[in-house]
Write a protein that binds this ligand. Structure first.
Ligand SMILES: *Cc1c(COP(=O)(O)O)cnc(C)c1O
Length: 819
């Protein structure tokens, strides 16, 4: 990159006018797409539109690249195995200030822009909250003008597309690239070689060296990440695995053509598919290959941007690698290997550098979610890295002994190498030892991280531990997803909130303004109508007229407790059909679920089946007269979230306290004026503190109470015996009422709830039902509900990802935003 540092920025100009946009669009349609306007298909028009938007952004990207090569600022390299981006078109139009020009140009060409919007397929390169967080963060980094690069994997198949057959989840491959990928720019000339396998050798001087067994080529594909309204454009660089020519040739020359082609497939498998496990990694060899593949390529890529002769001892002045969970932690021994083996630094000097170049974000409290790699596997795939991990561990444990003496319990506790059930590397420990900082993602989570997950490390390195509460980008999740509310807010307080979300505070007094409340309620009603249009077109579904829209959308996981929501629905249903509850006492509600289950997670898939089964019975029962409905549109993704969240009245955030690290869905809902029914968990705690108890439906055990119950022994059957309503709901499921009389279908769910539920659903049932009664009562006062909804919006500006990024800058990165 030293050449580009001195090359002049080309004097590119693209006028962001209707005429300028139209001209560039027509050029793309013909010269890049090879069609005329008359004969262009929807896909042709979409591709040309996307390329046109990219062209406009590219002008700014070139300027920023040039400036960064020149100025060599400290750069945030965000390392994440997942980016759940969502649609690009409207986001990039908004950021680039191009929406009006594009609308005008499409109209002038007689093209329906909405049809092209619907044609877009979102890149689903992530599972859920963790991947979506990465996408929000790169948006905020660009909007704040922070020099940064997002690094990740260009999966050929992202998260699967979910369909239902007989109420059961079926996974379809997500072939998001088949109709062309207009947002990406392949950069084959910037490919990096990544090695695997082989062995190590010790040279005469006693230094170890890696003799790899095989290589793959990592080819970068760049996505432009525009800041909002600031003409800044950062890079998201995603790596694709390709067979190296040398590798093919060697086998090819041996005469085995078939074997050569198979080797190519083998190499390209590395970036073939996103692992669909969320919070429960499976420890698969290919997953470790993916992790090393992208971090090794990224580190080389970044080092290649440094000027010739750069003193690597000063690397911490130029870069911070933020590790998004443990997935990229193999970057730690990789950087050490590059510095020591390839660049000739002494070990101690290299370690001093590495310890300032990494910071680690932990995303979980579930022990099974902490990645651990068997030494056998790591030694086979990355033998030199294993040696480096051993040395890091030895020196670290020496330091522990120097402080605490030969306390073998403590040493075993803190060792990066676990001995049982197999010798394995604890990636979270490695990240904690190497990282300059370790952060949790909400106040409660960071506290539990110190007290429960990594207590010995918090004692040893108290200064390392910090908190950065997650956030969501207001551009996508308010401005774009909710144009009605955005317009209303802007009318009231101006549009400064889009980049300074705390300004929403100025809405507080308007909660007392009857006119504003009426407008706010009208926006909510319009959003429900819009959701109906989307659901109708996509799934033939409708929400009930005048219903409270009660939404639980997120990955399906036992800890999130979709089953608690199901028990509420079944109880309401049972109350009416048994005649104990008069129908007109039932607050009309539509309960909307959205959730994908990991394909190998049998219990989660069974819960999906149960939700659908309960839905078919409840929705079809004439005794309910449609007053209670359960909808479960398949394939919850960012696009569906953008329609559902603005229409929601009630946000379900009902995990067992102490299990949800933060949640970000909870923030999106509150910012869109839904009230939360939630436990004291994750960022719910902070939401409730900000919006006030009177605007939040709190229920359930606190984390210490849940912990205590676990210690005393949780006996779910006691809760079942003690609560007649709970008994009737569970008995109804067990009776086969939702499975055509077949009692075996949901028996595993029932016995799990009754005998060994780690997430204590029954313990919180009574409290949850009482909270739902408070919801019904509150909803019966529409004016009071709207007042609370407005206060939720006004008081949740804190949850902007811009604020999260400012916290990272201040507490972890120390990168000044550049003007
Ligand atoms: C925000 C988001 C999530 C995370 O939701 P949680 O409720 O925080 O688990 C998952 N999936 C999608 C598509 C999202 O937009």
């Amino acid at each position: 990159m030293t050449t580009s540092a001195t090359a002049p920025v080309p004097a590119l100009e693209l006028p962001a006018t209707v005429e300028g946009f139209r001209a560039q669009f027509l050029r793309n349609l013909s010269f890049s797409g090879g069609v005329t306007l008359d004969e262009a298909s929807v896909n042709d028009r979409y591709l040309a539109l996307a390329r046109t938007v990219r062209d406009f952004l590219m002008v700014h990207w070139l300027h920023d690249q040039h400036r960064q090569a020149e100025e060599q600022p400290k750069t945030v390299c965000y390392l994440s195995a997942e980016y759940l981006l969502g649609d690009q078109l409207d986001n990039d139009l908004l950021a680039g200030g191009l929406t009006e020009a594009a609308e005008g140009a499409m109209a002038a060409c007689g093209i329906d822009l909405d049809e092209l919007r619907r044609h877009e397929i979102e890149p689903g390169l992530g599972n859920g909250g963790l991947g979506r967080l990465a996408a929000c963060f790169i948006d905020s980094l660009a909007t704040l003008g922070v020099p940064s690069i997002g690094y990740g994997i260009r999966y050929e198949y992202g998260i699967f597309r979910q369909t239902f057959e007989d109420g059961q989840q079926v996974e379809q491959p997500d072939a998001w690239l088949t109709l062309g990928a207009p947002w990406e720019q392949p950069r084959p000339e910037a490919a990096q070689t990544v090695s695997f396998g082989g062995r190590t050798e010790t040279d005469a001087a006693g230094a170890s060296r890696w003799i790899p067994g095989w290589n793959v080529s990592a080819v970068p594909y760049d996505y432009l990440v525009p800041g909002f309204g600031n003409d800044r454009v950062n890079t998201l660089r995603l790596w694709r695995a390709k067979a190296t020519d040398a590798f093919d040739l060697r086998i090819f020359n041996s005469g085995d053509y078939e074997q050569a082609v198979r080797a190519q497939t083998f190499a390209e498998n590395i970036s073939k598919v996103l692992y669909p496990e969320d919070s429960t990694p499976q420890g698969k060899e290919l997953r470790l290959q993916q992790q090393y593949f992208f971090v090794a390529a990224s580190i080389r890529d970044f080092l290649a941007r440094l000027p010739e002769g750069f003193d690597l001892a000063r690397l911490p002045e130029r870069v911070i690698f933020q590790l998004n969970d443990t997935h990229p932690v193999i970057a730690v021994p990789e950087l050490m290997r590059v510095l020591v083996d390839e660049r000739g630094l002494e070990w101690d000097a290299a370690w001093a550098v590495a310890q300032q170049c990494f910071a680690y974000t932990c995303h979980t409290l579930l022990p099974e979610a902490l990645e651990v790699w068997p030494v056998e596997l790591l030694g086979r795939l990355l033998p030199r890295h294993l040696e480096i991990v051993y040395r890091i561990n030895e020196e670290f444990l020496d330091a522990v002994r120097a402080r605490f003496g030969d306390d073998e319990m403590r040493i075993r506790d803190m060792s990066i190498i676990a001995e049982f059930p197999v010798r394995a590397v604890r990636m979270a420990y490695l990240a904690t030892v190497a990282g300059a900082k370790v952060n949790g993602v909400a106040e409660l989570h960071s506290q539990l991280l110190r007290d429960k997950v990594l207590p010995a490390f918090a004692e040893f390195f108290p200064q390392k531990f910090t908190n950065v509460t997650n956030g969501v980008t207001p551009r996508r999740f308010l401005r774009l997803a909710n144009p009605g509310l955005s317009g209303l807010i802007t009318e009231a307080i101006g549009d400064g909130w889009i980049t300074d979300l705390e300004r929403l505070r100025a809405l507080e007094p308007l909660a007392e303004d009857a006119g504003f409340r009426a407008s706010f309620a009208a926006v909510k009603a319009a959003n429900k109508a819009r959701l109906n249009d989307v659901l109708q077109a996509r799934d033939g579904m409708r929400v009930g007229d005048g219903h409270l829209i009660d939404v639980m959308v997120k990955r399906l996981h036992e800890y999130k407790r979709q089953l608690l929501k199901v028990l509420h629905v079944v109880s309401e249903y049972e109350g009416v059909v048994s005649g104990r509850v008069p129908l007109d006492a039932l607050q009309p509600r539509t309960v909307l679920f959205g959730a994908k289950a990991a394909p190998g997670y049998a219990m989660a898939k069974r819960i999906i089946h149960l939700i659908n089964a309960v839905g078919s019975v409840v929705n079809a029962d004439p005794r309910l007269e449609g007053r209670l409905q359960v909808l479960f549109p398949p394939n919850y993704n960012v696009t569906l979230a953008e329609s559902v969240i603005p229409a929601a009245d009630l946000s379900e955030q009902i995990s067992l306290a102490g299990k949800e690290a933060s949640g970000t869905g909870n923030m999106k809902f509150a910012l869109n004026g839904a009230l939360t029914i939630g436990t004291d968990d994750g960022a719910n705690v902070e939401i409730r503190e900000l919006v006030g108890d009177e605007n939040f439906f709190l229920f359930g055990m606190t984390e210490p109470e849940a912990e205590q119950l676990g210690r005393d022994g949780y006996h779910p059957a006691e809760f079942y015996q003690a609560d007649a309503g709970l008994r009737r709901a569970i008995d109804l499921i067990a009776s086969g009422a939702f499975s055509g009389g077949d009692r075996s279908v949901f028996e595993p769910i029932v016995s799990n709830l009754l005998y060994d539920d780690r997430f204590m659903v029954l313990a919180d049932y009574a409290s949850y039902m009482a909270a739902q009664e408070r919801v019904d009562a509150a909803y019966a006062d529409p004016d009071g509900w709207t007042r609370s909804a407005i206060l939720n919006v006004a008081r949740c500006g804190f949850f902007s990802s811009d604020r999260s990024i400012r916290d990272y800058i201040e507490r972890i990165w120390h990168t000044p935003p550049t003007a």
